[in-house]
Design a protein around this ligand. Structure first.
Ligand code: ATP
Ligand code: MG
Ligand code: MG
Length: 310
C-alpha cells in the first residue's frame, strides 16, 4: 500500500513514528503537507496537486490536522476521500470533534458522563445565573477554541467568575462555563483508542498548584490501568464521535469518569513514552484491516451487481 501522513512538519515525533511504522509494515510511506495541496474539482473527478504534481495511487491517509488549519485541512481530507483513499480519520469526524460544544452535545446524547456545562450567547447580566447553572463557584471557564490548556480559567469565587465571563464577552470570545471537578486533583486521564480498543492510557498530573494537567503546562505522565467504567467511557466517546483513532480526555470524579474532550489528532510522544506501546504500529495495523475489509465489501458488491460475469 501507499500511505500518506497528512502533516505540516515531517520532523514532528508523531509524523516520524507513523512513517517508521508504515515502512516497518512493508508499505510505502509519504508525508503530504495538507496546507500545500491544491484541490481540483471538475466533472472528470477530483484531484490534488501537490508541489506541482498530481497525487495519484494513494491507498490510505493518516490525517494529522492542527487546530489552526481545520477548515483547509478537512477540505483536503474530503478530497482524498472522494479520490477513494481510505481515511484513518474521516473529515466529518474531525470537524465534529474540533467543536468542543458540539462534541459535548453528542456525548451527552450518547449518555456519557461529563462535567455540567453551560453555553451562552453573550447575554448581558446573565453571568450570575450562568454560574448558578453549573453549581456556583469554584467554576471553570473555557474558550471554545483553546488548546494546550491556554484559555482555561479556574475562578475560585462567583465574583471572579463573573468578571472573567464579562471580560471574555467584551472581547466577543465564545466560552463555555463548567462545573469544577475538585476530586480530579489537577490530574486527568488520556485514553488512546484505536479501532474500538484502548491501546494505551496515561494519567497526567499537573505541576504543583496547577489545576491543568496539560503536558505543555508542565504536567507529568504515568502509565495507568483503566477501570471498566473508564474504558467503556473512552470507547463510547470515540464511537459517538465516529472516530476510529481518538485521544479521549477524562477526569476521575465521585460519580465516575467525566469526559472533557476527544482529540482526533492525538499526539503520540507522551503516550508512547509513558506506556511503551507501539501506538503508531497499532494505527497502521488498523488501516491494513480496514482497507482489506473495504475491498472485500466492494468485491462482493461488484459480484452481486454483475452476477453473470462471475
Ligand atoms: N471542569 C474541570 N474540572 C477540573 N479540571 C478541569 C476541568 N476542565 C479542565 N480541567 C483541567 O484543565 C485541563 C485543560 O482543559 P481542557 O482539556 O478542557 O482544555 P485544553 O487543554 O485547552 O484543550 P486541548 O486538550 O484541546 O488542548 C484539563 O486537562 C484538566 O486538567
Ligand atoms: Mg485538554
Ligand atoms: Mg482538544
Amino acid at each position: 500500500m501507499r500511505i500518506a501522513v497528512l502533516s505540516r512538519n515531517p520532523h514532528l515525533y508523531s509524523t516520524r513514528r507513523l512513517m517508521e511504522a508504515i515502512r516497518a509494515a512493508g508499505h510505502e510511506a509519504m508525508v503530504v503537507d495538507h496546507s500545500q495541496c491544491d484541490l481540483i474539482i471538475e466533472q472528470e473527478g477530483p484531484s490534488i496537486i501537490y508541489k506541482g504534481e498530481k497525487l495519484i495511487d494513494i491507498d490510505a491517509i493518516i490525517p494529522r490536522i492542527g487546530a489552526s488549519v481545520t477548515f483547509y485541512g478537512t477540505a483536503v481530507v474530503r478530497q482524498f476521500e472522494l479520490m477513494g483513499a481510505f481515511p484513518a480519520v474521516e473529515s466529518q469526524a474531525i470537524v465534529r470533534s474540533r467543536d468542543k460544544l458540539r462534541s459535548l452535545q453528542i456525548l451527552s446524547k450518547a449518555g456519557l458522563g461529563m462535567p455540567k456545562t453551560a453555553f451562552t450567547n453573550f447575554s448581558k447580566g446573565g453571568e450570575k445565573t450562568l454560574i448558578e447553572r453549573v453549581g456556583g463557584a469554584p467554576l471553570i471557564i473555557k474558550l471554545l477554541e483553546g488548546t494546550q490548556g491556554l484559555g482555561v480559567v479556574l475562578a475560585e469565587t462567583k465574583k471572579a467568575g463573573q468578571s472573567v465571563i464579562e471580560a471574555f464577552h467584551g472581547l466577543k470570545a465564545r466560552i463555555i462555563v463548567q462545573e469544577f471537578i475538585k476530586e480530579a486533583k489537577g490530574a486527568d486521564i488520556r485514553a488512546f483508542v484505536v479501532n474500538g480498543k484502548v491501546v494505551g492510557a496515561m494519567k497526567r498530573q499537573g505541576a504543583e498548584g496547577e489545576f491543568r494537567s496539560n503536558l505543555h503546562r508542565g504536567g507529568k505522565a504515568t502509565v495507568i490501568r483503566l477501570s471498566k467504567a473508564e474504558r467503556a467511557a473512552a470507547l463510547g466517546a470515540a464511537k459517538a464521535l465516529g472516530l476510529d483513532i481518538a485521544g479521549v480526555d477524562m477526569l476521575q470524579s465521585e460519580r465516575g469518569p467525566l469526559i472533557l474532550e476527544v482529540n482526533s489528532s492525538p499526539g503520540l510522544e507522551g503516550i508512547e513514552k509513558a506506556t511503551g506501546v507501539n501506538i503508531a504500529g497499532e494505527i497502521v495495523k488498523f488501516i491494513e484491516e480496514a482497507v482489506e475489509k473495504r475491498s472485500r465489501k466492494r468485491r462482493i458488491k461488484h459480484e452481486q451487481n454483475n452476477p453473470d460475469r462471475h
